[in-house]
Design a protein around this ligand. Structure first.
Ligand code: PEP
Length: 254
């Protein structure tokens, strides 16, 4: 059985007090209302990883994740945060290759492959993001682009390492725009990714990997988007900043 996952990407939002209030509300709602097998990952800004992790404690369902890490382990890289640093904070997951990092910070496949290696080496679970801009979909080249992102970022791994990953399909045109892929478009792309993994690593490996949909998921559309056979949950941006809405999204996967 693949793990069902709902991850919140808080991006660069919230003061510390607001972040702690959001985390406390969420923990309370999850405790009161969420019953079932789902992993909830709160991907906070770096400065809030430790205080949010303290609030979360050893929660059975909730983990804390970062939104990026360096490809380097240590040294003279001013402003960077490395995988071993995150591991020392008890951070369990790290988002890698988010389209905002690809677009605004020039992250490419080669760099992301190195970041994936760094994360895995230190026991972090990468949430590896892929997805096409609108013009690529309009040209009908979205499957090819996403396949090449997956191949460049993670196909250097052996099957045992690959099985430790979570993949997030996030069409760029749906991120923060209020436009979502249709449930069919999401399922189709998840199936393409799973088939690509099956072709390279075998069906058994492909069947173990959780593939999340991201792109304007909210409490109103989550159930439909999560219904596809190959959709194992979501990576949620804007709607993860509201405790009630995020809790409803979590409940939609169960
Ligand atoms: C994201 O940042 O990964 C994301 C999917 O954002 P949003 O839900 O706001 O579209």
């Amino acid at each position: 059985m693949r793990q069902k996952i709902v991850a919140g990407n808080w991006k660069m939002n919230k003061t510390l007090d607001d972040a702690l209030a959001l985390a406390s509300e969420l923990i309370g709602m999850v405790n009161d209302e969420v019953r079932g097998d789902v992993r909830i990952i709160l991907c906070t800004p770096f400065p809030y990883l430790v205080p949010v992790a303290r609030l979360v404690g050893n929660h059975a369902m909730i983990s804390v994740g970062a939104q990026n890490c360096s490809e380097h382990e240590w040294g003279a890289y001013t402003g960077e945060t490395s995988a071993p640093m995150l591991a020392s904070l008890n951070t369990s997951h790290v988002i890698l290759g988010h389209s905002e990092r690809r677009q605004y910070f020039g992250e490419n496949g080669k760099l992301l492959a190195a970041k994936v290696d760094a994360a895995l080496k230190h026991g972090l679970t990468p949430i590896f993001c892929c997805g096409e801009p609108l013009e690529v979909r309009d040209r009908g080249e979205h499957e090819d682009l996403v396949r090449s992102q997956v191949e460049e970022g993670v196909f250097h791994l052996d099957a045992d390492a690959l099985k430790k990953l979570v993949i997030a399909y996030e069409p760029v045109w749906a991120i923060g725009t209020g436009k979502t892929a249709s449930a069919q478009q999401a399922q189709d792309m998840h199936a393409v990714i799973r088939q690509q993994i099956a072709t390279r690593y075998g069906q058994a490996t492909a069947d173990e990997i959780s593939i999340l949909y991201g792109g304007s998921v909210n409490a109103g559309n989550a159930k439909e988007l999560f219904a596809g056979n190959d959709v194992d949950g979501g990576l949620v941006g804007g709607a993860s900043l509201k405790s009630r809405e995020f809790t409803e999204i979590v409940k939609s996967i169960l």
